[in-house]
Every structure is written in C-alpha cells, then in structure tokens.
Design a protein around this ligand. Structure first.
Ligand SMILES: [Zn+2]
Length: 277
C-alpha cells in the first residue's frame, strides 16, 4: 500500500515536471518566433503538418491544367499546396446564386487562388471568411445601386464573385486584371486587421510601411505616369493594395524592375518567396 502511494507520487511528480518543461520549451520557441519576426519581418517557419491531406487524382489534374503557380512549385511545395487547398475547401461554404452551377472544379480554382496568396503565411484559412457566393455574371448591389463583379463583405463574412470575371482573371494571366486575387487581397487585409497571429502582424506592419512609402509624392507621381497600375488603385488605400497585388502576381518581372521598393514591400507582406517571385 505504501509502495503504491510512493509509486503514484513519483509518477505524479514526473508528469508535473514534464509538463513544466514542455511549457518552458513552448514559451521559449514562441519568444524566439517573435524575435525572428521582428528582426526578419517574416515567420521563422511557414509549413508544418503532422499529416498532409491529399487531393483526389481528378482534383490534382484540375490544378495541373489551370494553375501555373501550382505547376511552378517543387514536389514538396505541391504537396503543401494540395493540403491547404483541401483544408480551405472543407472550411468554406460555397453558395451558387441565380442559375450558376457550382461544380467541384470551380470551388477548387477559387480555393487555389486563396491558397496561392497565403502560401507564405503560416495561417491560411482566413477566419474572417465563411461563405463564397458566386453569380454567373456581374450582380446588382442594392447598397450602391450598381452592378459589381466582386466584393468582400466582412459583416456577412462573405466573398461575392461573378464567375465570368473570376474565370477571365484566372485564365488570362498577364493583363494585371484578376478578380479573385483582388477580392481575396481585401479579405486577407481585413483579416490581418482583426487578428494578431504572425502572418497578420507581418501583413499589418508591412502595410503601414507601404503607406509610408506612398507619402513620397514623387513615387506616387511616377506610378501614375507609368500607366502600369490602373487608376482604380488610387480610389483609397484598400483598393491600392488590392490592385497592386494583381500586378504583383501577374507581372512580377516588370513590377520588380519599375518599382522595386514597392515590389519588396508586397513580397514582404505576403512572405512571397517561391515559384520565381
Ligand atoms: Zn476592391
């Protein structure tokens, strides 16, 4: 009886010691992570999965056929991309409107756009977004009594898209017009304002630096004169970011060459250091 009590006491003390050690290691790693982010302005690690989910053969074929970004990734990168697409796909509710038919392929391409933009971030699910609502073409908004191609509504946690325009943006890869990238950038931006995880901190800090950069009137004048970034960017700072990211994804070489400091800032915000960017 006494031996049993001693044995139990030792086991209990062992478990407590182990838990405290684990907690110390966890806090130490968290501290290192914070120091790393502050120093290098990017997370120490992005991808870590105990178990990677896989897409079906057909789903993988859709990515191969349609996503040049996916095709440029290494085989390890492709595995990570597929895992993220599968998790994103499972997390969101896809709602068709009017006579739009939501085939699996369409859900996959929308998810792949979100996963591409967040591929340098540790967190990629975007909790600010629950629903993806898709119309066949531009839809009428009663708020401003105009037709819209897309919008992000944080109150409804919904991204609304016109499939015609999303598909065009996805298919034509070099005209700096990409509705999916534009609307998901709004979602990522607002998500970063509401949250405090590493990706959100890196993104928000980068955005503040981007705004400081834009206080340079000569630079803004150069951007306007170049015609590289379309006028809609100058509507407000949110639209500026969403439009500039379309250019970043679709014309990285020209962007880097013409506005290297702006390019670096976007690259830093998204931690976009793969697939030739
Ligand atoms: Zn916009």
């Amino acid at each position: 009886m006494v031996e049993e009590e001693v044995g139990f006491g030792m086991l209990f003390a062992g478990v407590i010691t182990f838990s405290i050690l684990l907690l110390i290691v966890f806090l130490f790693l968290k501290m290192l992570d914070t120091v790393y982010i502050n120093w290098f302005k990017r997370p120490a690690w992005v991808h870590f999965y105990l178990y990677k989910k896989k897409l079906s053969k057909d789903q993988r074929a859709v990515l191969r056929k349609n996503s040049s970004f996916y095709n440029r990734l290494s085989s390890i990168g492709k595995g990570r991309f597929e895992h993220r697409v599968k998790c994103f796909l499972n997390d969101k509710t896809f709602i068709p409107r009017q006579d739009f038919v939501f085939e699996e392929e369409k859900k996959l391409l929308i998810s792949a756009t979100a996963v591409m933009l967040t591929f340098g971030m540790r967190k990629y699910i975007l909790p600010i977004l629950d629903k993806i609502i898709v119309y066949p073409t531009a839809f009428y908004s009663t708020i401003d009594e105009r037709y819209h191609k897309g919008e992000f509504n944080p109150r409804l946690k919904a991204l609304v898209l016109s499939w015609k325009d999303f598909e065009e943006g996805f298919r034509i890869e070099d005209d700096n017009l990409n509705l999916g990238i534009h609307e998901f950038t709004h979602a990522i931006h607002l998500n970063s304002i509401k949250r405090s995880d590493t990706a959100s901190v890196v993104f928000s800090d980068g955005f503040s630096e981007l705004l400081s950069l834009l206080r340079n009137e000569d630079l803004v004048e150069d951007i306007k004169k170049s015609g590289f970034i379309r006028d809609y960017a100058f509507t407000n700072e949110f639209e500026f970011l969403a439009v500039v990211v379309e250019n970043f994804i679709e014309s990285p070489e020209v962007f880097k060459d013409q506005f290297p400091r702006l390019y670096d800032k976007i690259q830093q915000m998204f931690n976009f250091r793969f697939a030739g960017y």
